[in-house]
Design a protein. Structure first.
Lengths: 282, 294, 441
C-alpha cells in the first residue's frame, strides 16, 4: 500500500464485509430453514434463527430420501455424485494429458486435423445438442449407467490445451537427455513428464471435480432409474415438490448437502483451486 | 503448429494416444452435432415414426415466431445484466481486497466458494428468499411497499434469475480481477502517488486501463456463462415463465425439444446456438492470441 | 418361536414350490406423475398388488409433473427404454391416440391375456374420453377427477357468511370474497389451481360454450380453437379485476403450485382444484373444509352443464418383453376390482371409475358419513353431456396448456385484456394444431 488512509481502509472493510454478507446470506437462510419443522413454512416469513429439527431433517433425508417426490435416499445420490465427479476428473485428465503428449512430442500426418477436432468440442456444449446426444447415448444402451453419466463429458479441449501449453514450456534438453539415455516415449512420459505435471494435475483436478459435481442437465436427461440419480439433479424434484407442499426444511437440508462437498474442496484447496481456475481459462 | 525441436519417431503411438479423446469427441460431439443439422431440415412426429424433409421451414418458422424473437431479446437482456452486475461487484471487491495485505486472504476465502455451487442450487437459494408467501426478501420488500411476485411479473422473474446467476459468478470474476490487479507493477502506483494522484484517481487512470485485457476476457466468459451454463437456474426456478419472460435460448431448445417434442424446431435452434458459440469462441481465441503477445 | 419356525417353513416351501417363479419374477415399470400424498397412496396400491402374488412386480417410478412424465416416456420410447406402463394425463390423450405404433391398446392387451374387460363396467363419462371411434378403450382409466370448490368454513363464519351454504354463482362468489377480505377474515378470497383446466376448459363445459370446432376436437385433427368467446373473456377479465383488488391470488402456471399453500395457511378462503386434492387438503389443514360445485354465471346458463374430467389413464407402451405384458394385464385386472377402486377413490378423492366401485361406496355408507365427498360425482353426472361438455381432444395440447398459462399471465400483468389474451391464445394454439396435423398425417 502506498499511503495510510484510515477512512479509506474503513470503507474497504465495510465494502468487503457487505460483499461477504451478500455472498453468504442465501446459504445462511437455507441452513436455518433446514433446521426447522415443516409447520414453520406454512405461513409468515421464513425464520432467521435456527430451529430444533436439524438432526431429524438431515437424518431423514440421508437415510430415507423423499420417495413421493422421486428422490431416493440422499446418501445414495451423494455417492453417485462423488463417483460421477471422480470418474470425470480422472477420465478427463487421463485422456487429455496423453492427447497433449501426442500433439507436442510427435509429428505425424493429420496432426493439425486432430488438434482441430479436439478444439471443436469447445464449440459444442452439451446444452446445444441435447436431443441427438441423448439419442446416441440411448442407442449405445448407456442410459442409466455410470458410463453414460460420465463418458460423454470426458472429452476436454481445455485440459488438453493446458497440458499442451505446459509441455511446450518443458525444456527440450530434458527430452534430449532422456533419449541419449535410451528412454522410449512411454518411459519418458512416465518418469519425467508425469512427475513434472503433478501440480498442474492437482490444480486441474480441483476444477474438474467441481465441474463434474455440478452437472445438471446431463444426469437429468439420461437417468430414469433412481439408483443413478445425482444430488444436483435430485434437487429439482424436491424443489418442485416444496412449492406444492411446503416442506422447505427437507429441501434445504438436501440443498446444503449438495453444496457442501465441492464448497469444502474450494475452501480447503484454495491455492490449487485458484491456480487451476486461472490457468485453465486463459 | 508448435512442437518440440526434437520429437519421438514413433508412427502408431501418437494415434493410439489420441484415440480415446478423438473417439469420444467424434461419437458424442461431432456426430450428434451433425444429427442436429440434419434434423433441423426435417419434421418429425413425437414418437419418431414419420420424418419429412422440409428444407428451411424450421428456420423460417423460427424467425417469424414472436416467441423465438422474444427469447433472443430476453437472452440478450439477461446476458448483459448478469455480466454487468457480477463484474461490477467483483471489480469493487477485488479492488478492496487488493488494498489489504493480511486480511485480504481471509476475505478471498469467504468470497470464492460460490464458484462450487451448482447453478440449479443457486437458483433455488434465491427462489426461496424471494418466495412470494414466505420469502425473507419478499417480506422486506412488502414492508417497503413493493409487491413481489415472480409468478406473475416477468420483470420480477428476470430480476430473480439475474441475481441468482450473478451471485454465483461473482467469485469467478473476482479471482480474475484480483489476479490482474496483483500483476500491476507497484512502482507505477508509487510513482503516481508521488505525483499526488489519490487512490481513486490512480485506480481509474492506471489500474483499470491495465486490466482491460482481463475485463474483455471476462466479458466473453460471462456472456458464455449466462447463455449456456444458467440452464439449471432457469429450470430449477421459473421454467422460462411467466409468459416466456425468462425463456432464454438454451432453455427454449430444451423446452421445445424435450418437453414440447418439436424435434425439428429444437434442432434448428441448436444449430443457431452452435453458430453463436462458434462466434464467441472465435472472439475469445483471437483475443487470447493478443493477450499472449501483450 | 413358533412363529419364526412357521415363517421359515413357509419361506422354504415357497422357495421349493416357486423356485422358477421366485427367481424369475417379472418386473414392469410404471412411470407416474403423482407426488406427495397421492404418490404415497399410489405406491401403496402397487405394493398391495405385489403382495398378492409372487410372479410379478410393478415398480412405480415418479417422473415429475404430468407433462414431464409424458415427454420423458416419449423420449424413452425413442431411445427404446420405455416403461411398460405410463400414466398420461387427459390432455395427452390426443398425442397418444395419434401414436398408433407406440401404444398397446388396453382392450387388446386384456383380450390377448384372457382377462375380463367390459367397457360397460366403467362410468360412461370417463370411458367416453378415452375410447377410439369404435368405442374401444385404449387406456385404462385410473385416476379421473373433476374440479370442485373447497372453502374454509371458519373464515366464512368469521366474515359473516353462511358456512353451510356457499355461493353457487360467480356473482355470489364475488360478493363473498369481497366480504371476506373487507371484514379481515382472510387476506385473500379466492385462489385456483390449474387456470387452464379449471378456469378455462371446465368453465367452457359448464357454460356449454364450444372450446374448439369439430366437437372440441373429437371429430378429427383439423379442429380449431374457439375459446376466444365473450363468456370466457368476461370471466378472465373478472379474475383480473379481482386480482387487482386483492380478492383473487394467482397460484402459478401448470398445476398452480402456489395455490394449495395459500389455502392451507388460511391466506385464501376459497380454493378451486381437482377433487383429488382432497387427500392433500385433509392432510394439511386443521380447520373445517367445505366442498361445493364450481360456480357459474346464471345469466349465461341456468342450470349449468356437467364439468369434465381430468386426471390420467394408464397407457401401455409397445416394445417390452411379453412377460411384462402378462404382469401388466394381471395388474390391470387387480386395479379394476371394486374394492381396490373404491378404496382408491375414497382415499384420494378421484372419481370411482367403475359403477361397481361407486355402488360399493354407497353400500358402505361412505358418502353419508363423509358429506361433500360425492360433490364431484354429482357435478359430473348432473346432466347428459353436450358436444361442448364431453371433453377435449386436441394434439400438442400440453403445449397449448402452457400457452393458456402464458396468456393468463399476460392478462394479470396488465399487458392484455381478456379478449386480447384469448385471441392470441387461439392464434398461437391453432398454429400448434396445424403443425401437429402436418406431422401426423
Amino acid at each position: 500500500m502506498v499511503e495510510n488512509r484510515p477512512v479509506l481502509t474503513f470503507l474497504t472493510h465495510a465494502v468487503l464485509i457487505l460483499g461477504v454478507a451478500i455472498v453468504i446470506f442465501p446459504v445462511y437462510i437455507a441452513f436455518i430453514a433446514s433446521t426447522h419443522g415443516p409447520g414453520t413454512f406454512l405461513r409468515g416469513v421464513a425464520p432467521m434463527l435456527p430451529g430444533e429439527h436439524m438432526v431429524e431433517n438431515y437424518s431423514r433425508m440421508l437415510a430415507a430420501g423423499h420417495s413421493t417426490s422421486g428422490a431416493p435416499p440422499l446418501w445414495l445420490m451423494l455417492i453417485n455424485s462423488t463417483w460421477m465427479a471422480i470418474i470425470i476428473t480422472v477420465g478427463k485428465i487421463s485422456i487429455s494429458i496423453i492427447s497433449a503428449y501426442a500433439i507436442v512430442y510427435f509429428k505425424f500426418p493429420f496432426r493439425t486435423l486432430c488438434f482441430w477436432i479436439i478444439f471443436v468440442t469447445l464449440m459444442l456444449p452439451v446444452e446445444v445438442r441435447i436431443i441427438p446426444t441423448f439419442a446416441v447415448v440411448a442407442n449405445l444402451g448407456l442410459l442409466n449407467s455410470y458410463v453414460g453419466l460420465t463418458l460423454p463429458l470426458i472429452a476436454s479441449a481445455t485440459a488438453t490445451f493446458l497440458f499442451r501449453q505446459f509441455f511446450l514450456t518443458v525444456p527440450d534438453e530434458l527430452m534430449e537427455a532422456a533419449r541419449v539415455d535410451g528412454a522410449g516415449p512411454i518411459k519418458f512420459f512416465k518418469d519425467i513428464l508425469l512427475p513434472l505435471s503433478r501440480t498442474n494435475i492437482a490444480a486441474l483436478s480441483v476444477i474438474l471435480f467441481i465441474y463434474g459435481w455440478v452437472q445438471y442437465l446431463w444426469p437429468l436427461l439420461i437417468t430414469t432409474d433412481t439408483r443413478y440419480y445425482t444430488i444436483v439433479m435430485g434437487i429439482k424434484r424436491l424443489a418442485a415438490y416444496a412449492d406444492q407442499e411446503p416442506q422447505w426444511n427437507l429441501v434445504m437440508a438436501a440443498v446444503m448437502l449438495a453444496m457442501l462437498p465441492p464448497v469444502l474442496v474450494v475452501i480447503f484447496m484454495q491455492r490449487l483451486f485458484v491456480k487451476g481456475l486461472v490457468e485453465t481459462e486463459k | 503448429m508448435q512442437t518440440k525441436r526434437t520429437i519421438f519417431p514413433n508412427k502408431a503411438l501418437p494415434y493410439l494416444l489420441l484415440a480415446p479423446q478423438l473417439a469420444i469427441t467424434i461419437i458424442f460431439f461431432i456426430w450428434p452435432a451433425g444429427q442436429a443439422v440434419k434434423s433441423s431440415f426435417e419434421r418429425e412426429d413425437p414418437f419418431g415414426f414419420r420424418t419429412t424433409f422440409i428444407w428451411f421451414q424450421n428456420y423460417t418458422r423460427l424467425f417469424t415466431d414472436p416467441a423465438y424473437l422474444n427469447s433472443f431479446g430476453r437472452t440478450m437482456i439477461f446476458a448483459v445484466a448478469v455480466t454487468l452486475l457480477s463484474m461490477a461487484i467483483a471489480l469493487l471487491l477485488a479492488a478492496a481486497v487488493n488494498r489489504l495485505m493480511r486480511s485480504g486472504k481471509l476475505y478471498t476465502t469467504l468470497l470464492v466458494w460460490p464458484y462450487a455451487v451448482a447453478p440449479v442450487v443457486a437458483g433455488i437459494l434465491w427462489w426461496f428468499m424471494f418466495n412470494p408467501s414466505i420469502g425473507i426478501i419478499t417480506y422486506v420488500l412488502s414492508q417497503l411497499g413493493v409487491t413481489w411476485n415472480h409468478r406473475v411479473s416477468g420483470l420480477d422473474a428476470m430480476i430473480l434469475i439475474t441475481i441468482a446467476a450473478a451471485w454465483k459468478q461473482i467469485s469467478y470474476n473476482f479471482l480474475f480481477f484480483l489476479a490482474g490487479m496483483q500483476s500491476v507493477p507497484a512502482s507505477l502506483n508509487e510513482a503516481a502517488a508521488i505525483d499526488g494522484a489519490g487512490p481513486f484517481k490512480r485506480f481509474w487512470t492506471i489500474v483499470f486501463p491495465l486490466l482491460s485485457p482481463t475485463t474483455f476476457f471476462l466479458l466473453i466468459i460471462n456472456i458464455n456463462y449466462t447463455m449456456f451454463d444458467t440452464f439449471g437456474i432457469v429450470d430449477g426456478t421459473t421454467s422460462g415463465g411467466p409468459a416466456q419472460a425468462t425463456n432464454i435460448l438454451v432453455y427454449k431448445v430444451y423446452a421445445d425439444g424435450f418437453l414440447g417434442l418439436n424435434i425439428g424446431s429444437s434442432a434448428a435452434q441448436s444449430v443457431i446456438l452452435m453458430l453463436i458459440v462458434i462466434g464467441l469462441v472465435f472472439v475469445q481465441f483471437r483475443f487470447v492470441e493478443r493477450r499472449v503477445q501483450y | 418361536m413358533h412363529k419364526s419356525i412357521l415363517a421359515s417353513g413357509v419361506a422354504a416351501a415357497a422357495l421349493f414350490a416357486g423356485a422358477g417363479s421366485a427367481f424369475a419374477q417379472t418386473e414392469a415399470q410404471w412411470w407416474h406423475a403423482m407426488g406427495g400424498e397421492l404418490g404415497e397412496k399410489l405406491e401403496a396400491v402397487a405394493e398391495a398388488f405385489n403382495q398378492t402374488q409372487d410372479d410379478y412386480r410393478i415398480v412405480p417410478v415418479y417422473r415429475g409433473t404430468y407433462p414431464e412424465t409424458l415427454t420423458a416416456a416419449i423420449a424413452a420410447f425413442r431411445a427404446n427404454e420405455q416403461p411398460a406402463i405410463v400414466q398420461v394425463f387427459e390432455v395427452g390423450t390426443g398425442t397418444m391416440m395419434a401414436a398408433e405404433g407406440a401404444v398397446y391398446p388396453v382392450y387388446q392387451l386384456m383380450a390377448d391375456h384372457d382377462k375380463p374387460f367390459d367397457p360397460d363396467d366403467y362410468l360412461s363419462a370417463v370411458v367416453g374420453y378415452y375410447s377410439d371411434t369404435q368405442g374401444n378403450i385404449l387406456s385404462l382409466p385410473f385416476n379421473s377427477s373433476t374440479p370442485i370448490m373447497y372453502y374454509n368454513k371458519g373464515i366464512f363464519e368469521a366474515a359473516g357468511l353462511d358456512p353451510e351454504n356457499p355461493p353457487a354463482t360467480w356473482a355470489g362468489i364475488e360478493d363473498a370474497i369481497r366480504q371476506i377480505v373487507d371484514s379481515g377474515a382472510a387476506n385473500c378470497g379466492l385462489t385456483s389451481a390449474w387456470i387452464s383446466w379449471v378456469q378455462t376448459e371446465n368453465f367452457s363445459a359448464i357454460h356449454d360454450v364450444p372450446y374448439g370446432t369439430l366437437e372440441n376436437g373429437f371429430g378429427g385433427l383439423e379442429a380449431e380453437f374457439t375459446m376466444n368467446n365473450e363468456v370466457v373473456a368476461r370471466h378472465w377479465d373478472n379474475l383480473k379485476a379481482w386480482y387487482d383488488e386483492g380478492l383473487f391470488r394467482y397460484g402459478g402456471p401448470v398445476g398452480g403450485n402456489d395455490a394449495p399453500p395459500m389455502f392451507y395457511s388460511e391466506e385464501c378462503a376459497i380454493y378451486m382444484n381437482s377433487s383429488a386434492a382432497l387427500a392433500a387438503v385433509v392432510a394439511n389443514t386443521d380447520f373445517e373444509v367445505g366442498f361445493a360445485p364450481l360456480p357459474y354465471y346464471d345469466d349465461v346458463i341456468d342450470p349449468p352443464m356437467n364439468s369434465i374430467i381430468g386426471g390420467a389413464t394408464l397407457w401401455v407402451l409397445q416394445g417390452r418383453p411379453e412377460a411384462e405384458y402378462e404382469a401388466v394385464a394381471a395388474f390391470f385386472e387387480y386395479l379394476s376390482q371394486p374394492d381396490v377402486q373404491a378404496a382408491w377413490h375414497q382415499d384420494t378423492g378421484y372419481l370411482p371409475i367403475t359403477n361397481a366401485a361407486y355402488e360399493l361406496g354407497i353400500e358402505q355408507g361412505y358418502y353419508e358419513a363423509n358429506p361433500g365427498t360425492d360433490t364431484s360425482i354429482l357435478q359430473m353426472t348432473r346432466v347428459e353431456p353436450s358436444e361442448n361438455s364431453k371433453g377435449l381432444r386436441f394434439g400438442s395440447y400440453t403445449q397449448v396448456r402452457d400457452l393458456i398459462d402464458e396468456e393468463f399471465e399476460a392478462l394479470l400483468s396488465g399487458d392484455k385484456t381478456g379478449q386480447q389474451a384469448l385471441d392470441s391464445l387461439v392464434e398461437r394454439g391453432n398454429r400448434l394444431l396445424r403443425e401437429f396435423e402436418a406431422a401426423n398425417s
